[in-house]
Design a protein around this ligand. Structure first.
Ligand code: DC
Length: 231
């Protein structure tokens, strides 16, 4: 059941892959009447554009040179989030193995991060200005994109739990191979120089290893409601 948002609350949800960030963020936003932004989809979208345009992703200067070329538009309805590149719906193509294996290299390039961060801040500013509020999920939202967010959550889970969830989503993919790919991507995302995956000092950490999705959603909804009451 949707409850009207009394104030434009800005919520940042960060964490590695497979911690339930997307499912939790969408459900919390829908339940509380907030907008929703999947920032990973934006990095995937720019990666998709680079692959499609034959950019050499092993050359950061080649990636940087075209960082501003693609027009990326994110729809922020949590019931039906959308993502387009130059007007083309790329919701499906950005989830392929090829894009997933290349997104860390593209998102490590500072010019790409600057461009996408600007986009994210403007979407969050609109959601604050129209009084709706927003849940923004990613890797560096609490630390870099929205350091003044009203509430910051950092989701974690054991590598085994994360791989099991991700291979379930990928309909029966091999759990061990999925775990290796996840660990590799998280290591790349956590060790890059520009705004790596990190927990903000003032974020609330929620370990989801032994929680059901419903329990994680309830936990985050309670944290948002506590923030609103305190505001
Ligand atoms: O959440 P996801 O798996 O769809 O994200 C894809 C990649 O995008 C992830 O491996 C790192 C990058 N990313 C990022 O660098 N910063 C963000 N705020 C969100 C995602």
């Amino acid at each position: 059941m949707e409850t009207a948002a009394p104030a434009a609350v800005i919520v940042a949800i960060d964490g590695p892959s497979g911690t339930g960030k997307s499912s939790t963020s969408k459900a919390v936003a829908a339940q509380l009447g907030l907008s929703y932004l999947d920032t990973g989809a934006q990095y995937r979208a720019i990666t998709w554009w680079m692959v499609n345009n034959g950019i050499d992703l092993t050359d950061p200067s080649a990636v940087a040179a075209v960082a501003g070329k693609a027009e990326i538009v994110s729809g922020t309805d949590p019931a039906a989030p959308t993502i387009t590149v130059d007007g083309t719906d790329v919701a499906g193509p950005i989830r392929t193995g090829e894009v997933t294996s290349k997104v860390s290299a593209v998102s490590a390039v500072p010019e790409v991060r600057a461009r996408i961060t600007e986009l994210q801040r403007s979407i969050a500013a609109s959601a604050a200005a129209d009084g709706r509020g927003i849940v923004v999920e990613g890797r560096d939202i609490g630390t870099t994109v929205l350091p003044d967010a009203d509430l910051k959550i950092f989701l974690t889970a054991s590598p085994e739990a994360r791989a099991a969830r991700r291979s379930g989503e990928l309909k029966g993919a091999d759990v061990k191979a999925t775990q290796e790919a996840l660990i590799k991507r998280d290591a790349a995302d956590s060790t890059r120089k520009t705004s790596p995956l990190a927990k903000a000092g003032d974020a609330v950490e929620v370990d989801t290893t032994d929680l059901t999705l419903q329990q994680v959603i309830e936990c985050v909804v309670t944290l948002v409601e506590e923030k609103r009451t305190a505001a």
